[in-house]
Every structure is written in C-alpha cells, then in structure tokens.
Design a protein around this ligand. Structure first.
Ligand code: PMV
Length: 326
C-alpha cells in the first residue's frame, strides 16, 4: 500500500557540524533546532514487486539511479528493518529550495522515513522514526518533531535521536529566510563538515563550545527570552562557520550578499529591533526575531533584498501522514 507523509524543515539554533560515525550518522555533539511551517516536503512511497530498482521522482522530474544512490541506500535500510523485498516508486514534492542551505535534506529524509516505513508495514514510534531519519541525513533526525527540538548525540544507533523540548512555541519566535542564492551549494554539508573535522585546529574545542551554548539556550528558551535565544544562536552559527574558515584548505559558505545581510541585521539591532542571524551550509541568512518587530524588519530587509526574496516562517509541526500527495 502506498503511504504519504509530510515533514517540515528545521533550522538549527545550535548547529550539528561533524560526524563521529559517518555510516550511522552519529554526531560529535547534540544540536537544537526550530521546525518551520513554511518549508516542507511531501513524499509518497509505493512498494511494487514489478520494479527492478527504486524509482525516484522529485518535483515531477525523474532522478536517475546514479543520482539517487543515497535514497536507494536508505530504502535498503527500510527493507532490512521490515523484511519488505520489493523496490519502490518514490514521489517527492519539495516546498523548499533544494541545496540552498535551507535544509531540504532534513524535510526530505524525515518525510521519506515516515512514508517508506509506513508503506513497508512498520509502525514506528516517533523516536524510532527519528533514529531512522537520521540515517538519511543528520538534520532529518530533528524534523520528525515540531517546534523546538533537541537531537541527543547518543553513543550508538539506539541512543542517537531527537526529542521535542517545546512543541508549541507560542512566544513570538519567528524567522525570515533571506534568499540570497537559490542555486545548489558548492560544498555539501557532508563534505564541509568532514573537512572541518579533519583539518580545522579549532574542531577540538567545538564539542565543548556546543555544550555551553546548548545549556545557555535551553535556559533562554525556558525564559522565553527571544534576544537571548537569538544572541546565543548567532554566536553558535558563527563559531560553526569559523570551522570552515579555519579548515585546510579554508572554505566558506558566505557570499558578498551574506555579509551585507549580516551588517544590515547588526544595524537594525542598534536601532532597537530584536533581530539576530543564523546560517547553514549555504549563503542564505535566516533572521531570528520577535514577531512584534516583523513589519519593521521586513520593510528594512525588503529595501535591500527585495520582498520577493524574503520568506517569513513560523514554528511548524512534526511529521504528518496524508491521504494523497499535494
Ligand atoms: O544533516 P545535514 O547533512 O543536512 O547537515 C546539516 C548541517 C547544518 O544545517 C549546517 C547544521 C544543522 O544542525 O542543521
């Protein structure tokens, strides 16, 4: 039977950057994210004993088997777990610009984990689903849940999964994604984090930095203190990007417009607006702010980047199962 699931993407406030185990995708550190309502992936999986391999279609385009090896590998895992022998027809629709640092892999693998496991007859708990999604992409571990979510790094497959720390985020925390570049990124997060682990002299202290930032942000979340949350998230993101700049050879996800956005957000803050920035493995900047300041922040960012390049996102839900693909 076919099964359809939808997962929303998430943006880390405390970043995951570096794997201890590349096959199991076990990270060096915990991480913490906000699931967003505006960006999501809807995926349908249908096992069919007539097929000779898994067939993947993304946004109406057939993806050749050589370009869908990661998905086929993930489907092998689902087959192993369920005893299902057949290959599958997989149809995925993304409401996320792919590979532009907006974590399309998070919503993609969370939706695939949910649709594939259900179609294969597995009835996984959310924790089990989070573990399975992790095997596709680290950040997908967190997209199983809505709101503010912590991924426990764990020590093995069993203990590495995410948990919601606040599912209903109702204190005005919002994000604006500034779409600086919609192209595919040049250095994948996978390649980028491995280079940082292998060659940045600063990577040694990264786990300690994350532990401290995580402790601080959890207190700020309990206090529902948006400026404190933003300040900690911003610092943590820049510490992550310092790992790419200090790699050998050095590299960066920043583009000229990224710096422009950062400077603008700093300026807005000086005028008393509560706004901060974070970035992932791409040039796009996400602004963290208090909902009540949205009109002024949108107006100021719109003047520089154009309103069409701004997307307002609010806290979003976890996995949902649907009747049909949309
Ligand atoms: O799981 P991946 O390969 O999408 O890596 C995610 C890396 C960051 O987005 C930069 C950080 C994070 O925690 O999401």
């Amino acid at each position: 039977m076919a099964s359809t699931a939808r997962a929303h993407t998430n943006i880390a406030l405390i970043k995951y950057w570096g794997k201890r185990d590349a096959d199991l995708i076990l990270p060096y550190t915990d991480s913490l994210s906000l699931t967003l309502d505006e960006f999501y992936t809807t995926t349908t999986v249908d096992f069919d004993s007539q097929l000779k391999h898994d067939h993947l279609m993304i946004d109406g385009q057939v993806i050749s088997p050589d370009k869908s090896a990661k998905v086929a590998h993930f489907m092998d895992l689902v087959r192993q777990m369920s005893g299902q022998k057949a290959f599958a027809q997989i149809k995925s629709v993304n409401h996320v610009p792919m590979s532009a640092g907006l974590a399309s892999s998070a919503s993609a693998f969370a939706a695939l984990a949910a649709a594939a496991s259900r179609a294969a007859g597995l009835n996984l708990t959310p924790t089990e689903l989070s573990r399975l999604a992790r095997r596709g992409s680290g950040s997908a571990t967190r997209s199983v849940f809505g709101g503010l979510v912590q991924w426990h790094r764990g020590i093995d497959d069993e203990s590495s999964y995410a948990e919601p720390i606040m599912e209903k985020v109702d204190f005005g925390l919002e994000m604006i994604a500034i779409m600086i570049n919609r192209q595919q990124k040049k250095v994948s997060s996978r390649g980028g984090m491995q280079a940082s682990v292998d060659t940045s002299p600063y990577f040694k202290i990264w786990p300690e930095v994350v532990e401290q930032d995580l402790k601080a942000i959890k207190i700020a979340i309990q206090e529902r203190n948006i400026s404190k949350i933003g300040e900690i998230a911003e610092a943590n993101a820049m510490r992550m990007h310092a790992l790419t700049l200090s790699a050998q050879p050095p590299f960066t996800y920043f583009e000229a417009s990224t710096i422009k956005a950062i400077n603008l957000i700093n300026q807005l803050r000086q005028t008393g607006l509560n706004c901060y920035y974070t970035m992932d493995a791409g040039p796009n900047v996400k602004v963290i702010y208090d909902q009540k300041d949205r009109p002024q922040i949108l107006a100021a960012l719109g003047q520089v980047f154009g309103q069409d390049n701004l997307v307002v996102a609010q806290p979003g839900p976890g996995i949902e199962y649907l009747e049909t693909i949309e």
